[in-house]
Ligand binder design. Structure first.
Ligand SMILES: *Cc1c(COP(=O)(O)O)cnc(C)c1O
Length: 219
């Protein structure tokens, strides 16, 4: 689906929810997409992209950043502490802060370098064993810990379980954000971003609906 159609759908979802036009940021998720598809979206003027691996992002974005001004890169996948420095140098936002060890590493690096990307805490709203993210019951304490480390926590992120109604998870994420005074809500993907916007998302992460099905499966 062309980028423009997605933007139109976002604008409609904003209006339907009584939200301000432009209050939802579209993160075009370009992981494993061929460069020509990514370039086509850059050519159309879009500048906000998401990758879920540091390695892959480091391989393709420095070159695009040289050629296109104003690119904003969001890391939306799991981050190992040994890649934290590289991620911080490359990304404008990290949506996957999910454990104290990583929070500590990011805080140390932020101190050392004097800067830090915008951070989102990933919450495992479905309490799925195989999925990253802090459990809902541990979220308040983890937000507190991150704030104690002076990390710029902007909001929360979730990936609902595939088999479940995403609205329940979006509503839970919003509730946790509200009681912690956090404004950022990174939620909603290709199949459910309109639902997420209705429930307050201000960052939607849309991949296949923009770029087409991912060509290579991800591992
Ligand atoms: C791949 C991915 C997306 C985009 O998924 P689509 O279904 O292709 O829109 C969003 N968020 C995360 C964390 C992802 O890994």
């Amino acid at each position: 689906m062309p980028l423009q159609d997605i933007q139109t759908r976002i604008a409609k979802a904003e209006a339907d929810a009584g939200r301000d036009p432009g209050s939802v940021k579209l993160i075009a998720v370009s992981k494993v997409q061929p460069s020509d598809r990514v370039e086509a979206v850059l050519e159309q003027g879009h500048r906000i992209f998401g990758e879920n691996r540091v390695q892959e992002a480091a391989g393709k974005w420095p070159d695009f950043k040289d050629r296109f001004q104003g690119i904003e890169l969001h890391l939306i996948g799991p981050l190992q502490t040994n890649k934290a420095r590289q991620a911080m140098g490359l990304c404008d936002a990290i949506h996957s802060v999910d454990r104290p060890k990583l929070a500590n590493s990011l805080a140390r690096l932020a101190q050392e370098t004097g800067s830090c990307p915008d951070l989102f805490i990933q919450v495992n709203t479905g309490e799925e064993e195989q999925k990253a993210g802090i459990l809902p019951s541990d979220a308040d304490e983890f937000v507190e810990l991150c704030r104690g480390l002076d990390l710029p926590i902007r909001g929360l992120m979730c990936i609902p379980p595939v088999e479940e109604e995403p609205a329940l998870h979006f509503a839970l994420l919003r509730k946790i954000a509200e009681r912690n005074g956090l404004e950022g809500l990174s939620m909603g993907m290709s199949s459910d971003f309109e639902t997420a916007i209705a429930l307050g998302a201000n960052h939607v992460r849309v991949g296949s609906a923009i770029f087409g099905e991912r060509v290579k499966p991800q591992e």
